[in-house]
Write a protein that binds this ligand. Structure first.
Ligand code: FES
Length: 576
């Protein structure tokens, strides 16, 4: 439904700059202090540019320049740009995991927009958790908002070999340990695997989430696939600046765009891309902020009918740069056609169908048609059973087929350190049919649900040629990882979920077709163990960690804070 066009005196920023009182005198005189004149801002939409640039985030190293390009677009369209730095979540450097801080960036985004005179905002993110965090905060504030994806970095290169983020790090680390490459080779790979600004260029969490943002209708059409170093990325930034000014006049807000259909579109897209399992947690949390009830069963239902069309690592062969040259996300969405709700609205003031009407595939090995899908369906499966009453997830295609229906004896690690200390111990009682169980890797136990879910195969089994085993945890897994890894087990072991009650030697059974994950002990034995279970000590006494511990929800609910969920209105501040 089209709303009446806003008038300048209806702008939120008018309350700061346009009225005539003592406070507005203060706001204008301080603007003047910064060299601004009334003509620079009066009657113009004030656009907050939420910029997650930082010296410590290589994926956003171009964001200082891109912010200038966004500003150029905002000035061109008659807006007033104000850059607002926000905490960066730098996947390689922030410990213990960026997931601990996703909700902090979401809160910061929401409160920056609320407490300052923003009429609309440009959200600059891309490195894994920055995308969901910015969108969650902006959705809760519900001012006109547009997402500017950082774009993938260029393909890695070493000695004529193409290198992909994440996956080739592990591959060549194994080659080094096996003595197949030298220390000198390894150092050259270090310099060649990430050779331009931009986020990881495999279909890891970053590419998954920026593509999901586009499928949700929150970016300019085609924005998510443009490599960060391409001049067209700068063009896109300026276009994003121009568009947000119009969105303010149109009063087009996130909750006008984000409905059940757009989240179904994002889930379908993520599955067609072979995206990261991390998207499940993020999309559920994002939907919660928009008032859309998205649950694990919806992911399972969509997975049963969505083909894998993108031939991208880790599921396939190519990288994001190839994907862009092959037509990018628009071309993939066009291949999905009727599997999407093409009537869903987008920030462009159009429908998704209109946005992709002219899209073309230029390389049909990279972007497949449904008739030539890499896999017909089941990009992920949601499991339940007495070991995961609230659900767990697995990527069946990432696992050796023999493990999709499997029962084996548990080898239990009580936490990551325990696992690291014993996994390669020659005396560890483990064989290829064992089930590796990691406890205390969940939202509270990690803390922050780190990417520990791809437990290493014990060295002695590697030597025997074993490459995959059934592994179960309440942790997440990197979007670039592979293997028979059951992840996101809920409720988590740290709060006494059944995963905490598994003992060495217990029989654990997985049946992906039946969507079951069970611990083969009697109910009476389960109750006995539950009664004897003692809660671990709290991880944090004070600070953000204590807030996190008190309010974080479980994986199946998206790991949002309970007081941030939902769509209840929070009043704008009074200006006194
Ligand atoms: Fe930033 Fe991978 S490290 S996206």
């Amino acid at each position: 439904m089209t709303k009446p066009r806003k008038r300048p005196e209806e702008l939120r920023s008018h309350l700061w700059f346009g009225v005539d009182n003592l406070r507005s005198f203060g706001h204008r005189s301080r603007a003047s202090q910064m060299g601004l004149q009334r003509a620079d801002y009066q009657g113009k939409p004030l656009i907050a540019i939420i910029n997650t640039w930082s010296d410590i985030n290589p994926c956003h190293s171009h964001f200082r320049q891109r912010a200038e390009e966004v500003k150029r677009g905002i000035w061109q369209a008659g807006g007033f740009p104000v850059e607002m730095p926000a905490i960066t979540l730098s996947e390689p450097f922030q410990k213990p995991t960026t997931m601990l801080y996703r909700n902090l960036l979401a809160m910061e985004t929401e409160e920056l927009l609320r407490s300052y005179p923003a009429d609309g905002c440009v959200l600059m993110g891309g490195c894994d958790k920055t995308t969901p965090a910015l969108i969650m905060g902006a959705t809760s504030m519900n001012l006109p908002a547009i997402f500017l994806p950082a774009g993938p970095m260029l393909r890695g290169n070493w000695a004529g070999n193409t290198l992909g983020s994440g996956s080739d790090t592990w591959k060549y680390w194994a080659e080094l340990r096996a003595g197949n490459i030298t220390d000198g080779d390894w150092r050259e790979i270090e310099d060649g695997i990430a050779r331009s600004p931009g986020h990881c260029m495999t279909m890891g969490t970053a590419s998954t989430m920026t593509s999901a943002a586009e499928a949700l209708g929150l970016t300019l059409s085609g924005a998510a696939s443009i490599p960060a170093a391409d001049s067209r990325h700068a063009h896109m930034a300026t276009g994003t600046g121009r568009r947000i000014v119009e969105m303010v006049w149109e009063d087009l807000r996130p909750r006008d765009i984000l409905g059940a259909a757009s989240f179904d579109n994002a889930v379908t897209t993520e599955l067609a891309l072979g995206g990261s399992t991390n998207a499940i947690v993020h999309l559920i949390a994002m939907a919660g902020r928009a008032g859309v009830a998205l649950d694990l069963d919806r992911f399972d239902a969509i997975a049963r009918k969505t083909p894998l069309l993108a031939n991208l690592r880790p599921a396939g062969k190519y990288l994001m740069e190839d994907f862009y040259y092959a037509g990018g996300l628009r071309a993939l969405l066009a291949q999905l056609g009727p599997r999407l709700d093409l009537a869903a609205r987008t920030v462009n003031g159009t429908t998704l169908g209109e946005d992709i009407a002219s899209a073309k595939v230029f390389n049909d090995d990279v972007i497949r048609s449904p008739g030539k899908a890499l896999q017909e369906k089941d990009g992920l499966a949601v499991l339940r059973g007495n070991l995961a009453p609230d659900g767990a997830v697995i990527k069946p295609a990432a696992a050796e087929a023999r493990l999709l229906k499997h029962a084996g004896k548990a080898v239990v690690f009580r936490d990551y350190n325990d696992m690291a200390a014993r996994i390669d111990d020659p005396a560890l009682a483990v064989d290829k049919d064992s089930v590796l169980v990691l406890q205390n890797g969940g939202p509270l136990g990690g803390p922050g649900m780190p990417e520990w879910g791809q437990l290493p195969i014990p060295k002695k089994l590697l030597k025997e040629g074993v490459r995959d085993m059934l592994r179960i945890s309440d942790a997440r897994m990197s979007g670039t990882s592979y293997g028979a890894c059951v992840l996101h087990v809920a409720p988590e072991s740290f709060i006494g979920g059944p995963l905490a009650l598994v003992k060495d030697g217990d029989l654990v059974s997985l049946d992906v077709d039946a969507r079951r994950l069970d611990l083969k002990i009697t109910d009476a034995e389960m109750e006995k163990r539950r009664a004897a279970w003692k809660a671990p000590e709290a991880k944090f006494e004070r600070g953000f960690g204590a807030l996190f511990s008190r309010h974080i929800s479980q994986a199946d609910k998206g790991c949002d804070f309970d007081f941030l969920e939902g769509t209840a209105a929070t009043a704008d501040p009074e200006i006194h």
